[in-house]
Each structure stands twice: as structure tokens, then as C-alpha cells.
Write a protein that binds this ligand. Sequence first.
Ligand code: SF4
Length: 209
Amino acid sequence: MEKSIQLNKNDLITYPIAEIFHSIQGEGAWTGVSAFFIRLAGCNVGCPWCDQKESWKHKTFPKYSSKTLAIEAHKANASIIVITGGEPLMYNLFPLTNALQNLGMQVHLETSGSYPFSGNFDWITLSPKPFKIPHESIYDKASELKVIVANQKDFDWAEEQKNKTNSQSINFLQPEWNSDISSSLIYNYIRKHPEWRISLQTHKFLGIR
Ligand code: SF4
């Protein structure tokens, strides 16, 4: 039987939304799974290779309530809900994650960790960036660590971040999409460092979001 939608006053709290869409998770441990994405607008991390630069300025985007987002996510009937950005932890994520989980949905987070942690999640992807280092509150909570590699020196950053992250986390190195060399760098690195895995942006190979 379909779960009835009962919401509370926190569900009226709003968030700036760059886009919501139903697709397939393309990266990390949940690659290939039906996923509904909630992309919050706003980010000041400033990664030079960011593929979501249009989402940085939160004031230019409409605001949606937790209630509206939960209803839209519920309608999609996806396996997982992914809260991404932008940088989602710029906002208090408790109202949104509670609204989603109250409807029985599995909620995942993708974050750079650069703001204090908030929310209730079933899975947390930490993708730390050297341009704005993570807040200490995230390292114990990460389910997977995903470090983008654009050049050789990024491996030092990756090892530093792995040493700070809890031992249960799955460790991924992911090529920077526009780099000609990062895939082969990662290939060679993982053969010598088997505690790492590669994550590929399969949605980009498929030409989907
Ligand atoms: S943290 Fe994410 S959204 Fe923000 S600049 Fe870096 S890649 Fe772009």
C-alpha cells in the first residue's frame, strides 16, 4: 500500500533549487541505480573545473519547500534520493531530509564537506576540495570518499583526506572529466595502491544528466 503523505511545519522551510530530475546515479558505489536528484543552488568552493558553475549563485534560483520537494521525489519512485549541489551543507538539511525519510525514501548526500554537517542520511559521499577544505564534522560520517584527480599532486591531497576519513569509508579516485591525463594517472596509482577504487562519471559517457 502506498504510504500516505503527512507533513509538519518544518516541511514549509524552503531551499534554493537549481534543478530536480530523475536519472541514474553515475558515480561512486551506487553507480547504475535509479536516482532522483535534488540540486541545491549556492556554492563558494570555487573548483576551476566545476561542471555546475551555473548553480553557484543561489539568489537567481526559485525556492521550494521541503514539502514540495518530498512530494516530487516521492512521485519519481526512484531507489534513492540524492541531495547534491552546489554545496548542500550551506543549508540546514534536517527539515528536508526528515521530510524525505518520513515518506520512506532512502536519502543520500553529495558534499564537499566545506560547511558544518546537518541532516539525516542513509549514505554520505564526501568529495573534498583543496580550494575550501572540509569542516571536521564530516570525516566520521562519510560512507564513501571521492577525490577528483586532475594532476599528480592531487594524490597527495587524496591520501591526506583518506587519513582523516573514517576507516569504513570506501575510497574512490575519479578522473577530472576534461583532463587528458587523469585516467591513466589513476590507473597507474590504483595498481600500486589497492585501497583505492576508480569512479567514472558514467552519466557523461551515456550523455545523460
Ligand atoms: S564544490 Fe561542487 S558545485 Fe562547488 S565549485 Fe566544486 S564542483 Fe562546483
